[in-house]
Design a protein around this ligand. Structure first.
Ligand code: DQA
Length: 151
């Protein structure tokens, strides 16, 4: 199974920015942990950009290349209808991940417009949220396609 992990703006600065909120691991360190964790189980591809257009473009091409997306759209979660539309416009499933618990932060973070395209959201469990999202996709992928995940 091929999984595309997409990270949005400022997540390239993980380990340096607001470590009390986002933790002290860099994005590279998190990505290595993910790769090691799923060694021999899945092919995982990573992409990070601070640019909304670039994120939209890679999502638009993801259909043909990957089986599922795990995305942390970062601040774009809260207002990018364009990323929402990109995710809605492809046929592969996505799970949205936030390192922090967006529901116990500022009001403007409590709404994710992009989450509307996701089969589910993991928020507040730090970098392990990516692991949980990928684990779910690996275990439940067949049922996701039958729209039967909770049967
Ligand atoms: C974030 C939460 C967003 O509100 C914020 O803009 C981020 C990271 C998270 O992972 O907790 O950059 O998506």
């Amino acid at each position: 199974m091929k999984i595309f992990v997409v990270n949005g703006p400022n997540l390239n600065r993980l380990g340096k920015r607001e470590v009390n909120i986002y933790g002290d691991l860099s994005l590279d360190e998190i990505n290595k942990k993910i790769t090691n964790y799923f060694k021999n189980q899945a092919e995982i591809y990573f992409f990070q950009s601070n640019d909304e257009g670039e994120i939209i473009s890679v999502i638009g091409e993801a259909d043909e290349k990957y089986d599922a997306i795990v995305i942390n759209p970062a601040a774009y979660s809260h207002y990018s209808i364009a990323i929402l539309d990109a995710l809605k416009g492809i046929s592969i499933p996505s799970i949205e991940v936030h390192l922090s618990n967006i529901y116990k932060r500022e009001d403007f973070r409590k709404i994710s417009v992009t989450a509307n395209a996701a089969i589910g959201v993991i928020s507040g469990l730090g970098w392990k949220g990516y692991i949980l999202a990928i684990e779910f996709l690996l275990n439940e992928y067949k049922d996701i396609h039958k729209n039967n995940i909770f049967a």
